[in-house]
Design a protein around this ligand. Structure first.
Ligand SMILES: Nc1ncnc2c1ncn2[C@@H]1O[C@H](COP(=O)(O)OP(=O)(O)OP(=O)(O)O)[C@@H](O)[C@H]1O
Length: 192
């Protein structure tokens, strides 16, 4: 993978009538990673949504090079379909690349309707979809939530592989996230 970049210039975020943060700038190149930290409600998920292009920044600009893949608490998998078919739906759009479902421990679950999956299993399924997207920019909102310790270690491993392959990771997490070279941004430093 070549050419991933994410440049955030002097952005502010407003939700409703509240300015959450302002004056935030950072830049990531291919292989770069940053962890967003800060108290509940400070604006981590809002920032992830701005970076994903799902909502505009109140001020400033975001420039991206490379496709974006977003992982949050809403897996875009049809709850009524068996997991295998729900993932296959996306593979038709994303391409036939290996989504690493077996590595994610999903091999025995392909006949189980998505709505019956446990919290951690749903997170693993969402990760399979994320990997299948082959996007350069990974935006991960609380990617460790709901996972057991092996699952958490696997997410860190996948993120390291992604960066090693030239991708970028932005991780919003309350939990420590082990990734070599990852910097941290505490949104309280930019609170409005
Ligand atoms: N659609 C909305 N309209 C108005 N306010 C909103 C909206 N969505 C979120 N907010 C508010 O924006 C603030 C930031 O929310 P956000 O989810 O970005 O925080 P967070 O740092 O990710 O929190 P947490 O650590 O709890 O996940 C909160 O006060 C929230 O109530």
């Amino acid at each position: 993978m070549q050419g991933a970049s994410l440049t955030v210039s002097d952005i502010a975020c407003r939700r409703g009538d509240r300015l959450l943060f302002r004056g935030l700038s950072f830049a990531l190149a291919s292989g770069g990673a940053v962890q967003l930290v800060g108290a509940n409600g400070i604006g981590k998920s809002s920032l992830i949504r701005i970076l994903a292009g799902l909502m505009p920044a109140y001020a400033g600009s975001v420039e991206r090079s490379g496709a974006v893949a977003l992982l949050d608490e809403r897996p875009a998998l049809d709850p009524h379909l068996p997991l295998g078919r729900a993932l296959a739906f996306w593979q038709k759009l994303d391409g036939p690349e290996d989504n690493q479902a077996a590595r994610l421990g999903l091999a025995d679950l392909i006949d189980v309707p998505v709505r019956y999956l446990s919290t951690g299993q749903k997170k693993r399924a969402a990760l399979a979809r994320l990997i299948g997207q082959r996007a350069l920019l990974w935006l991960l909102d609380e990617p460790l939530n709901g996972l057991d310790s092996k699952g958490m270690a696997l997410v860190e491993e996948l993120a390291a592989e992604h960066c090693h392959g030239g991708g970028i990771c932005v991780v919003a997490s309350h939990q420590p996230f082990g990734l070599a070279g990852m910097t941290q941004i505490d949104l309280k430093d930019f609170a409005a």
